[in-house]
Design a protein around this ligand. Structure first.
Ligand code: NDP
Length: 282
Protein backbone atom coordinates (compact mmCIF):
# COMPACT_ATOMS: atom_id res chain seq x y z
CA UNK A 1 0.00 0.00 0.00
CA UNK A 2 2.85 2.37 0.87
CA UNK A 3 4.53 1.53 -2.46
CA UNK A 4 1.30 2.19 -4.36
CA UNK A 5 0.71 5.48 -2.49
CA UNK A 6 4.31 6.60 -3.25
CA UNK A 7 3.86 5.79 -6.95
CA UNK A 8 0.61 7.80 -7.08
CA UNK A 9 2.24 10.79 -5.31
CA UNK A 10 5.20 10.62 -7.72
CA UNK A 11 2.86 10.60 -10.75
CA UNK A 12 0.81 13.53 -9.46
CA UNK A 13 4.05 15.47 -8.79
CA UNK A 14 5.27 14.76 -12.34
CA UNK A 15 1.91 15.88 -13.81
CA UNK A 16 1.94 19.12 -11.78
CA UNK A 17 5.53 19.94 -12.64
CA UNK A 18 4.90 19.50 -16.41
CA UNK A 19 5.19 22.79 -18.35
CA UNK A 20 1.84 24.30 -19.29
CA UNK A 21 0.67 24.15 -22.89
CA UNK A 22 0.02 27.37 -24.79
CA UNK A 23 -2.20 26.60 -27.82
CA UNK A 24 -1.11 29.93 -29.39
CA UNK A 25 2.42 28.50 -29.73
CA UNK A 26 1.08 26.28 -32.54
CA UNK A 27 -0.52 29.09 -34.57
CA UNK A 28 1.40 29.20 -37.85
CA UNK A 29 3.73 26.37 -36.73
CA UNK A 30 5.14 24.42 -39.68
CA UNK A 31 4.28 20.77 -39.09
CA UNK A 32 4.90 17.56 -41.02
CA UNK A 33 2.78 14.59 -39.85
CA UNK A 34 3.35 11.10 -41.30
CA UNK A 35 0.71 8.36 -41.44
CA UNK A 36 -1.94 11.07 -41.45
CA UNK A 37 -4.55 9.46 -43.71
CA UNK A 38 -6.15 7.48 -40.86
CA UNK A 39 -6.01 6.75 -37.16
CA UNK A 40 -3.96 8.80 -34.71
CA UNK A 41 -2.11 10.65 -37.49
CA UNK A 42 -5.39 11.85 -39.00
CA UNK A 43 -6.58 13.02 -35.56
CA UNK A 44 -3.28 14.85 -35.01
CA UNK A 45 -3.75 16.63 -38.33
CA UNK A 46 -7.19 17.86 -37.22
CA UNK A 47 -5.90 19.08 -33.83
CA UNK A 48 -2.97 20.92 -35.43
CA UNK A 49 -5.47 22.42 -37.89
CA UNK A 50 -7.70 23.69 -35.05
CA UNK A 51 -4.60 25.30 -33.50
CA UNK A 52 -3.99 27.16 -36.79
CA UNK A 53 -0.83 25.32 -37.86
CA UNK A 54 0.61 25.04 -41.38
CA UNK A 55 0.52 21.39 -42.28
CA UNK A 56 2.03 18.88 -44.63
CA UNK A 57 0.52 15.42 -44.27
CA UNK A 58 1.69 12.20 -45.87
CA UNK A 59 0.73 8.52 -46.30
CA UNK A 60 0.33 6.28 -49.37
CA UNK A 61 -3.31 6.98 -50.37
CA UNK A 62 -3.50 10.31 -52.18
CA UNK A 63 -7.31 10.52 -52.40
CA UNK A 64 -7.70 10.00 -48.65
CA UNK A 65 -4.96 12.54 -47.92
CA UNK A 66 -6.78 15.05 -50.11
CA UNK A 67 -9.96 14.62 -48.03
CA UNK A 68 -8.04 14.96 -44.75
CA UNK A 69 -6.29 18.10 -46.04
CA UNK A 70 -9.63 19.65 -47.07
CA UNK A 71 -11.05 18.99 -43.61
CA UNK A 72 -7.90 20.50 -42.03
CA UNK A 73 -8.47 23.73 -43.99
CA UNK A 74 -12.11 23.83 -42.89
CA UNK A 75 -10.98 23.41 -39.25
CA UNK A 76 -8.62 26.38 -39.42
CA UNK A 77 -5.25 25.20 -40.72
CA UNK A 78 -3.29 28.10 -42.27
CA UNK A 79 -2.04 25.64 -44.89
CA UNK A 80 -2.80 21.96 -45.52
CA UNK A 81 -0.73 20.29 -48.21
CA UNK A 82 -0.32 16.60 -48.87
CA UNK A 83 2.15 14.30 -50.56
CA UNK A 84 1.62 10.62 -51.26
CA UNK A 85 4.66 8.52 -50.38
CA UNK A 86 5.61 4.96 -49.55
CA UNK A 87 7.91 4.80 -46.54
CA UNK A 88 9.10 1.37 -47.65
CA UNK A 89 10.86 3.01 -50.60
CA UNK A 90 14.49 4.17 -50.39
CA UNK A 91 13.88 7.70 -51.59
CA UNK A 92 10.36 8.69 -50.47
CA UNK A 93 11.19 9.49 -46.81
CA UNK A 94 13.71 12.17 -47.78
CA UNK A 95 11.54 13.40 -50.65
CA UNK A 96 8.72 14.08 -48.18
CA UNK A 97 10.96 16.13 -45.87
CA UNK A 98 12.26 18.16 -48.82
CA UNK A 99 8.68 18.80 -49.98
CA UNK A 100 7.59 19.99 -46.53
CA UNK A 101 10.62 22.25 -46.03
CA UNK A 102 10.17 23.81 -49.44
CA UNK A 103 6.40 24.32 -49.21
CA UNK A 104 6.43 25.56 -45.61
CA UNK A 105 9.72 27.45 -45.78
CA UNK A 106 11.21 25.36 -42.95
CA UNK A 107 9.96 23.03 -40.27
CA UNK A 108 9.02 23.41 -36.60
CA UNK A 109 7.65 19.92 -35.94
CA UNK A 110 8.38 16.56 -37.51
CA UNK A 111 5.84 14.05 -36.20
CA UNK A 112 6.81 10.49 -37.10
CA UNK A 113 3.74 8.31 -36.70
CA UNK A 114 3.24 5.98 -39.72
CA UNK A 115 3.40 2.19 -39.49
CA UNK A 116 3.07 -0.46 -42.17
CA UNK A 117 0.41 -3.15 -41.80
CA UNK A 118 1.54 -6.30 -39.98
CA UNK A 119 -0.43 -9.44 -39.07
CA UNK A 120 -1.59 -10.08 -35.50
CA UNK A 121 -0.56 -13.71 -35.21
CA UNK A 122 2.04 -16.16 -33.91
CA UNK A 123 5.46 -15.74 -35.53
CA UNK A 124 5.66 -18.19 -38.47
CA UNK A 125 9.12 -17.37 -39.78
CA UNK A 126 8.43 -14.66 -42.37
CA UNK A 127 11.78 -12.88 -42.16
CA UNK A 128 11.13 -10.91 -45.35
CA UNK A 129 8.11 -9.26 -43.73
CA UNK A 130 10.21 -8.16 -40.73
CA UNK A 131 12.86 -6.78 -43.09
CA UNK A 132 10.20 -4.76 -44.95
CA UNK A 133 8.49 -3.61 -41.75
CA UNK A 134 11.84 -2.40 -40.38
CA UNK A 135 12.17 -0.23 -43.49
CA UNK A 136 8.73 1.31 -43.05
CA UNK A 137 8.55 1.59 -39.24
CA UNK A 138 12.20 2.25 -38.43
CA UNK A 139 14.61 3.10 -41.26
CA UNK A 140 12.31 5.71 -42.76
CA UNK A 141 12.05 7.34 -39.29
CA UNK A 142 15.80 7.77 -39.00
CA UNK A 143 16.12 8.93 -42.63
CA UNK A 144 13.45 11.60 -42.13
CA UNK A 145 14.81 12.71 -38.76
CA UNK A 146 18.32 13.14 -40.17
CA UNK A 147 17.06 15.01 -43.21
CA UNK A 148 14.97 17.37 -41.05
CA UNK A 149 17.50 17.99 -38.29
CA UNK A 150 19.08 21.11 -39.84
CA UNK A 151 15.71 22.81 -40.30
CA UNK A 152 14.60 21.86 -36.79
CA UNK A 153 17.89 23.18 -35.39
CA UNK A 154 17.27 26.54 -37.11
CA UNK A 155 13.72 26.84 -35.83
CA UNK A 156 14.36 25.46 -32.30
CA UNK A 157 11.99 22.74 -33.43
CA UNK A 158 10.79 19.37 -32.18
CA UNK A 159 10.97 15.79 -33.24
CA UNK A 160 7.92 13.86 -32.06
CA UNK A 161 8.11 10.07 -32.21
CA UNK A 162 4.97 7.99 -31.86
CA UNK A 163 5.89 4.70 -30.24
CA UNK A 164 4.20 2.01 -28.23
CA UNK A 165 4.25 0.17 -24.93
CA UNK A 166 5.15 -2.76 -27.19
CA UNK A 167 8.43 -0.96 -27.88
CA UNK A 168 9.31 -1.36 -24.21
CA UNK A 169 7.52 -4.57 -23.32
CA UNK A 170 7.31 -7.50 -25.77
CA UNK A 171 3.92 -9.08 -26.24
CA UNK A 172 2.70 -12.15 -28.16
CA UNK A 173 1.30 -12.04 -31.74
CA UNK A 174 3.21 -8.89 -32.74
CA UNK A 175 6.88 -9.95 -32.87
CA UNK A 176 7.71 -8.02 -36.10
CA UNK A 177 5.90 -4.84 -34.94
CA UNK A 178 7.39 -5.03 -31.43
CA UNK A 179 10.90 -5.35 -32.93
CA UNK A 180 10.46 -2.21 -35.01
CA UNK A 181 9.22 -0.21 -32.01
CA UNK A 182 12.13 -1.41 -29.83
CA UNK A 183 14.45 -0.21 -32.59
CA UNK A 184 12.70 3.17 -32.70
CA UNK A 185 12.92 3.59 -28.92
CA UNK A 186 16.58 2.56 -28.87
CA UNK A 187 17.62 4.88 -31.69
CA UNK A 188 15.71 7.97 -30.59
CA UNK A 189 16.56 7.35 -26.92
CA UNK A 190 20.25 7.51 -27.90
CA UNK A 191 19.68 10.55 -30.15
CA UNK A 192 17.92 12.31 -27.25
CA UNK A 193 21.12 12.07 -25.18
CA UNK A 194 23.36 13.08 -28.09
CA UNK A 195 21.31 16.21 -28.85
CA UNK A 196 21.31 17.18 -25.17
CA UNK A 197 25.09 16.69 -24.94
CA UNK A 198 25.60 18.82 -28.08
CA UNK A 199 23.33 21.48 -26.55
CA UNK A 200 21.14 21.21 -29.63
CA UNK A 201 18.06 23.40 -30.09
CA UNK A 202 15.99 20.38 -31.10
CA UNK A 203 13.77 18.59 -28.58
CA UNK A 204 12.80 14.93 -28.90
CA UNK A 205 9.56 13.55 -27.47
CA UNK A 206 9.05 9.80 -27.44
CA UNK A 207 5.39 8.89 -26.98
CA UNK A 208 4.54 5.51 -25.49
CA UNK A 209 0.95 4.55 -26.21
CA UNK A 210 -1.23 1.74 -24.90
CA UNK A 211 -4.10 0.32 -26.94
CA UNK A 212 -5.85 3.08 -28.94
CA UNK A 213 -9.22 2.65 -30.66
CA UNK A 214 -8.10 3.16 -34.28
CA UNK A 215 -9.81 0.98 -36.91
CA UNK A 216 -6.62 -0.91 -37.73
CA UNK A 217 -5.86 -1.75 -34.08
CA UNK A 218 -9.45 -2.68 -33.26
CA UNK A 219 -9.71 -5.00 -36.28
CA UNK A 220 -6.77 -6.96 -34.90
CA UNK A 221 -7.69 -7.28 -31.24
CA UNK A 222 -11.49 -7.52 -31.42
CA UNK A 223 -12.57 -10.77 -29.72
CA UNK A 224 -8.96 -11.59 -28.79
CA UNK A 225 -8.43 -9.41 -25.72
CA UNK A 226 -10.44 -7.35 -23.25
CA UNK A 227 -7.66 -4.78 -22.73
CA UNK A 228 -9.41 -1.35 -22.81
CA UNK A 229 -8.76 0.88 -25.85
CA UNK A 230 -8.40 4.66 -25.43
CA UNK A 231 -9.70 7.32 -27.88
CA UNK A 232 -7.45 8.19 -30.82
CA UNK A 233 -8.41 11.88 -30.68
CA UNK A 234 -7.32 12.13 -27.03
CA UNK A 235 -4.10 10.22 -27.71
CA UNK A 236 -3.41 12.60 -30.63
CA UNK A 237 -3.93 15.71 -28.48
CA UNK A 238 -1.64 14.37 -25.75
CA UNK A 239 1.09 13.67 -28.31
CA UNK A 240 0.82 17.21 -29.69
CA UNK A 241 0.97 18.78 -26.22
CA UNK A 242 4.00 16.65 -25.32
CA UNK A 243 5.80 17.88 -28.44
CA UNK A 244 4.74 21.52 -27.99
CA UNK A 245 5.93 21.57 -24.36
CA UNK A 246 9.17 19.80 -25.34
CA UNK A 247 8.73 16.98 -22.84
CA UNK A 248 10.97 13.98 -23.48
CA UNK A 249 8.31 11.35 -22.77
CA UNK A 250 4.60 10.70 -22.86
CA UNK A 251 2.85 7.65 -21.46
CA UNK A 252 -0.74 7.50 -22.68
CA UNK A 253 -2.93 6.38 -21.03
CA UNK A 254 -1.03 7.27 -17.82
CA UNK A 255 -1.02 3.74 -16.39
CA UNK A 256 1.09 2.42 -19.28
CA UNK A 257 3.99 3.89 -17.27
CA UNK A 258 3.16 1.63 -14.33
CA UNK A 259 2.60 -1.38 -16.60
CA UNK A 260 6.04 -0.74 -18.09
CA UNK A 261 7.67 -0.55 -14.65
CA UNK A 262 5.91 -3.74 -13.55
CA UNK A 263 7.83 -5.85 -16.05
CA UNK A 264 11.04 -5.17 -14.09
CA UNK A 265 9.55 -5.04 -10.60
CA UNK A 266 7.35 -8.15 -10.81
CA UNK A 267 8.47 -9.97 -13.98
CA UNK A 268 6.78 -13.34 -13.46
CA UNK A 269 3.42 -11.82 -12.51
CA UNK A 270 3.66 -9.50 -15.53
CA UNK A 271 4.42 -12.43 -17.87
CA UNK A 272 1.46 -14.33 -16.43
CA UNK A 273 -0.85 -11.35 -17.01
CA UNK A 274 0.44 -10.79 -20.57
CA UNK A 275 0.03 -14.42 -21.58
CA UNK A 276 -3.45 -14.60 -20.08
CA UNK A 277 -4.83 -11.36 -21.45
CA UNK A 278 -5.36 -12.94 -24.91
CA UNK A 279 -7.88 -15.60 -25.91
CA UNK A 280 -5.73 -18.34 -27.45
CA UNK A 281 -6.44 -22.04 -27.79
CA UNK A 282 -3.52 -24.05 -29.21
P1 NDP B 1 -3.10 3.24 -38.57
O1 NDP B 1 -2.89 1.84 -39.08
O2 NDP B 1 -4.49 3.67 -38.29
O3 NDP B 1 -2.46 4.28 -39.57
C1 NDP B 1 -1.23 4.01 -40.16
C2 NDP B 1 -0.90 5.16 -41.08
O4 NDP B 1 0.33 4.87 -41.75
C3 NDP B 1 -1.95 5.36 -42.15
O5 NDP B 1 -2.09 6.74 -42.41
C4 NDP B 1 -1.36 4.65 -43.36
O6 NDP B 1 -1.89 5.27 -44.52
C5 NDP B 1 0.13 4.94 -43.17
N1 NDP B 1 0.99 3.94 -43.83
C6 NDP B 1 0.87 2.59 -43.81
N2 NDP B 1 1.84 2.03 -44.55
C7 NDP B 1 2.57 3.04 -45.06
C8 NDP B 1 3.70 3.09 -45.93
N3 NDP B 1 4.28 2.00 -46.44
N4 NDP B 1 4.19 4.32 -46.26
C9 NDP B 1 3.62 5.46 -45.79
N5 NDP B 1 2.57 5.45 -44.96
C10 NDP B 1 2.04 4.26 -44.60
O7 NDP B 1 -2.18 3.36 -37.27
P2 NDP B 1 -2.54 3.95 -35.82
O8 NDP B 1 -3.15 5.28 -35.97
O9 NDP B 1 -3.24 2.91 -35.05
O10 NDP B 1 -1.09 4.10 -35.18
C11 NDP B 1 -0.37 5.30 -35.33
C12 NDP B 1 0.86 5.24 -34.47
O11 NDP B 1 0.49 4.96 -33.11
C13 NDP B 1 1.85 4.14 -34.88
O12 NDP B 1 3.17 4.59 -34.75
C14 NDP B 1 1.58 3.04 -33.87
O13 NDP B 1 2.70 2.22 -33.65
C15 NDP B 1 1.24 3.86 -32.63
N6 NDP B 1 0.46 3.10 -31.68
C16 NDP B 1 -0.83 2.75 -31.97
C17 NDP B 1 -1.54 1.99 -31.07
C18 NDP B 1 -2.95 1.57 -31.33
O14 NDP B 1 -3.49 0.79 -30.52
N7 NDP B 1 -3.61 2.07 -32.37
C19 NDP B 1 -0.96 1.53 -29.80
C20 NDP B 1 0.40 1.95 -29.61
C21 NDP B 1 1.07 2.72 -30.51
P3 NDP B 1 -1.89 4.64 -45.99
O15 NDP B 1 -2.53 3.28 -45.87
O16 NDP B 1 -2.71 5.61 -46.77
O17 NDP B 1 -0.48 4.59 -46.43
Amino acid sequence: KILLASICVAFIAVKWSAPSFNPESLRGARVLVTGASTGIGEQMAYHYARFGAQLVITARREKVLQQVAEKCLSLGAQKALYIAADMGSESDPEKVVDFAREKLGGLDYLVLNHIGPSPFSMWEGNVEHVRWLMKVNFFSYIQMAWKALDSLEQSKGSLVIVSSLLGKMPSPFVAPYTSTKFAVNGFFGALYHELAMRKSNVSISICTLGLIDTDSAMEKVRGVTDVPAYPATDAALNIIITGATRQPELFYPWFTHIVNLSKDWIPSATSYIIQNSYKYDP
